[in-house]
Design a binder for this molecule. Structure first.
Ligand code: GLU
Length: 459
């Protein structure tokens, strides 16, 4: 487990070891020993699978593409997590992301374990035919360890419904007669995907922030006011004022979260900046998000980068460097791009009071500590971006039942699940000295530890 996740899990275990109301049957020596076992179990993956996919490119050249599937933990159910296509993917990163999936599923009571896949390539450098070959080969090489009750991949960075459709089809050909619908999630609707899956992560990201800053805050105002917790103060300080928001990343997660924020009638949001791999667009008066979404739909996902393109949209915005989105004078910063975006060398320039993690691990450990010490509320990845895997779970269920839910049912179930997690976590967070990330980890680790204890696996 890479350092940040590993050290927060360790802090959580240390806190739980001291808390004798947790697993009270475990005392003294036995307790020490059980917690040592827990560290060993949670800090290492069960399996790291690695293959070099052999692909014949269209120009006739044969290449070997490194690829991984890491199965971190299956205490709560089959391994579950996306497959990332990215040129900088490596074993440590995939392992860390797999452990985040274990925690994410435990936190939200999704009956899956944690896994993650990675293929080291930039998908923009390959033709559709080559990508199809790569997807088929991935399933071929890893087919023994995948399956609806073993390990269920889904999209992640660089992959989407097209790749999941191809992969499921390959799985079906390799295992004729076996159940196959639940072998991959995030498929297209026509191929057994769930309505709402594409938007689920972005909608969930926005929901966590909205629920904390409107419903929860309004219902608990007096109680929050009485807390001497710096985070409670940060939340109350923002209340009632227009909330200036910047969104880093305008892909599947960032664009949906921005659109939700733009349309939201619960909060007075003003989205003043959005960014992508090329630019940051900034207008302190607010940006027309629906127009930008329409533009990216027509331009291979890219935001406008020139005055002429902005004029075509009748839009005014400053065109800034892409990383400028992180340092603007805003209340809320949604991070929906890559990991490690805020780190020790740039954290002091961040002005936002609330940071919402739409991506996995976008804030490094040192930066996280710095922000938390300054009262910044960080809504962590495992809490905020679980919408994708939650709707993946619904897709897996629908595949089993061959009964499909309406879009409205999917969103109702999604928000109900996320709300139930928030109702458990937020009172703890605003009532005690731990940052929100630590609270979420403690909750997830409690769940995993209790199940392991009751299964007689802690000795
Ligand atoms: N890749 C997404 C995540 O990081 C979704 C995983 C899934 O649906 O299994 O949460």
């Amino acid at each position: 487990m890479a350092s940040q996740t590993g050290s927060i899990v360790q802090h959580s275990l240390d806190a739980l070891l001291e808390d004798e109301t947790f697993l009270p049957d475990l005392k003294e020596q036995d307790r020490q020993q059980a917690f040592t076992s827990l560290t060993a179990i949670l800090s290492t993956p069960n399996h790291i699978h690695k293959s070099f996919l052999r692909i014949a490119l269209e120009n006739g050249k044969v290449v070997r593409i490194p690829s991984f599937r890491v199965q971190h933990n299956n205490t709560l159910g089959p391994y579950k997590g996306g497959i990332r296509f990215h040129e900088s993917v490596n074993e440590d990163e995939v392992t860390n992301l797999a452990s985040l999936m274990t925690l994410k599923n435990a936190l939200h009571e999704v009956p899956f374990g944690g896994g993650k896949g990675g293929v080291v390539l930039n998908p923009r450098n390959y033709s559709v035919i080559e990508l199809h070959q790569i997807c088929k080969k991935y399933v071929h090489y890893f087919s023994d360890i995948l399956g609806p009750d073993k390990d269920i991949p889904a999209p992640d960075m660089g992959t989407g419904d097209r790749e999941m459709d191809w992969m499921m089809a390959e799985y079906k050909s390799i295992r004729p007669g076996a159940t196959y619908r639940g072998s991959f999630t995030g498929k297209s609707i026509i191929n057994g995907g769930s309505l709402g899956r594409r938007e689920a992560t972005g909608k969930g990201v926005y929901f966590t922030y909205r629920y904390m800053m409107s419903d929860f805050l309004n219902e608990n105002r007096e109680w929050l006011d009485a807390q001497e917790n710096p985070f409670a103060q940060t939340a109350l300080d923002q209340d009632g004022k227009p909330l200036k928001m910047a969104v880093q990343g305008f892909g599947n997660v960032g664009s949906v979260a921005a659109l939700e924020a733009y349309r939201c009638s619960y909060l007075n949001n003003k989205i003043v900046a959005v960014s992508d791999r090329n630019v940051t667009l900034y207008n302190p008066e607010g940006l027309d998000i629906p127009a930008l979404v329409e533009f990216t739909d027509k331009n291979e996902g890219d935001l406008p980068t020139t005055e002429a393109e902005l004029n075509g949209l009748e839009m005014k915005a400053d065109i800034l460097d892409r990383e400028k989105v992180l340092y603007l004078d805003v209340d809320v910063l949604v991070l929906a791009a890559l990991e490690d975006q805020i780190h020790k060398d740039n954290v002091e320039q961040v002005k936002a009071k609330i940071v919402v993690e739409g991506a996995n691990a976008p804030v490094t450990g040192e930066a996280d500590e710095y922000l938390a010490d300054n009262g910044v509320i960080i809504v962590p990845d495992i809490l905020a971006n679980a919408g994708g895997v939650i709707v993946s779970y619904f897709e897996w269920l629908q595949g089993r039942e061959t009964q499909f839910y309406s879009e409205e049912q999917v969103y109702d179930m999604l928000f109900e699940k996320m709300q139930s997690t928030m109702d458990t976590i937020l009172p703890q967070f605003f009532g005690d000295p731990f940052p929100l990330r630590q609270n979420c980890y403690i909750h997830a680790v409690m769940k995993l530890s209790t199940v392991l204890f009751r299964q007689g696996k802690l000795y």
